[in-house]
Design a protein around this ligand. Structure first.
Ligand code: BYC
Length: 329
């Protein structure tokens, strides 16, 4: 239907893909099928651009909001070594945000617009960062398991079709691999530590397990964008496939440390290699991503504060010849 055959005009008006020139669309899709990269100056369907903006922008927001739960632990890290590592990691996450905002700008949306849409609640960011990091063990769980989940997603998508996003992801993955090591080290230290350290880690794992399952997005049956994104190689695996890949690699690592995964129904089908689990509570997922999680308001308030208080810096940088009075904090 999209390849250039007859298209009813009413259908064309309804669907942004059909609205595109069918010949250009066919050439574009052939390039994607051949594994070519799409670059900013190339022709692309309007919906490819729109979907990429949505996904890359959401990813960029996730990085800068994702720095907040761990960031609050910089001053309370349990040792100098841990403080140095978490500080470097948080700084990296902000850098990832910068790279992703730049990649997204190549598609025509300005950074200012993106940040405004984040603060107003129009754009989404990853569900996981709307939960609190109550103890140091939460930092270990984020550093090990959320970074691991992110790596599964990002390594796959770095092989995708949009050049600027793939190149940003490749670089991000190098740094994420280091983050994973520091997270694993902190996680193992608690797992083999005193009984109260183990209990603290188990408690954090219990609280984070459901958000981690949600991290990969709703089940394939409920996913809205997967089919189109996979057809255009923006997304290189479905939500369920990524979740499955994560569970296969990390469930054994968690269990070998003697921890319990808080889902008695979690099991692997040894023949198909697929995992089944208890009710993931998708209602909670949708509540959280739509603004009603435990920390949504707090997270956006921090970003609002940073935008407001950084206004004079941006103005000064853009207008170096103007005179400014630096506002008192
Ligand atoms: N959270 O059709 P679906 C990090 C939304 S940061 C929130 O399956 P899609 C880190 C989805 O947007 C890296 N919303 O969507 C940082 C859609 O709603 P809209 C985070 C989610 O796009 C600091 C609706 O649900 N990684 O690792 O095909 C410290 C239907 O979903 C989520 C990324 O951002 C979610 N988890 O697939 C430590 C990866 N899942 O937009 C670590 C980039 C779904 O129609 N993003 N939704 O209103 C992706 O790969 C894809 O967007 C997803 C979802 C796989 C997440």
């Amino acid at each position: 239907m999209y390849g250039g055959g007859y298209v009813d005009e009413k259908e064309r008006a309804k669907d942004p893909i059909i609205k595109d020139d069918p010949e250009k669309l066919a050439i574009f899709e052939a390039r994607i099928a051949a594994g070519e990269k799409v670059e900013p100056s190339d022709w692309m369907p309007a919906d490819y651009r729109k979907q990429l903006i949505r996904m890359i922008e959401q990813h960029a927001h996730s990085e800068i909001i994702g720095a907040l739960p761990e960031g609050t632990w910089i001053t309370r890290a349990p040792s100098f070594k841990r403080k140095m590592a978490i500080m470097a990691k948080v700084q990296d996450e902000i850098g990832h945000g910068q790279m992703l905002y730049s990649a997204c700008e190549t598609l025509g949306k300005s950074r200012e617009e993106m940040l405004n849409d984040l603060i107003s609640g129009k754009s989404k960011y990853s569900n996981v960062f709307n939960y609190p990091a109550k103890t140091w063990a939460d930092v270990a769980v984020i550093g090990f398991l959320i970074d691991a989940a992110a790596i599964v997603n990002q390594v796959l998508n770095s092989k995708g079709s949009y050049g600027p996003y793939c190149r940003a992801l490749e670089r991000i993955c190098y740094e994420e691999a280091f983050h994973l090591k520091q997270g694993h080290d902190a996680f193992v230290a608690l797992a083999v530590g005193s009984p109260s350290q183990r209990a603290m880690l188990q408690d954090a794992l219990n609280r984070w397990w459901k958000p981690i399952i949600h991290f990969f997005g709703p089940s394939d049956k409920m996913s809205v964008h997967t089919e189109r994104l996979m057809r255009w190689k923006v997304k290189m695996a479905s939500n369920d496939d990524m979740r499955n890949q994560f569970l296969s690699t990390y469930v054994p690592k968690i269990r070998e440390l003697g921890l319990t995964i808080p889902d008695p129904d979690l099991k692997k089908d040894e023949v198909t290699g697929e995992w089944t689990f208890g009710d993931p509570d998708w209602d909670e997922f949708f509540r959280v991503i739509n603004g009603d999680g435990p920390c949504n308001k707090e997270r956006l308030a921090v970003r609002w504060w940073a935008a407001e208080h950084g206004k004079w810096v941006r103005r000064a940088l853009l207008n170096p010849n103007e005179k400014y009075v630096v506002p008192l904090a």
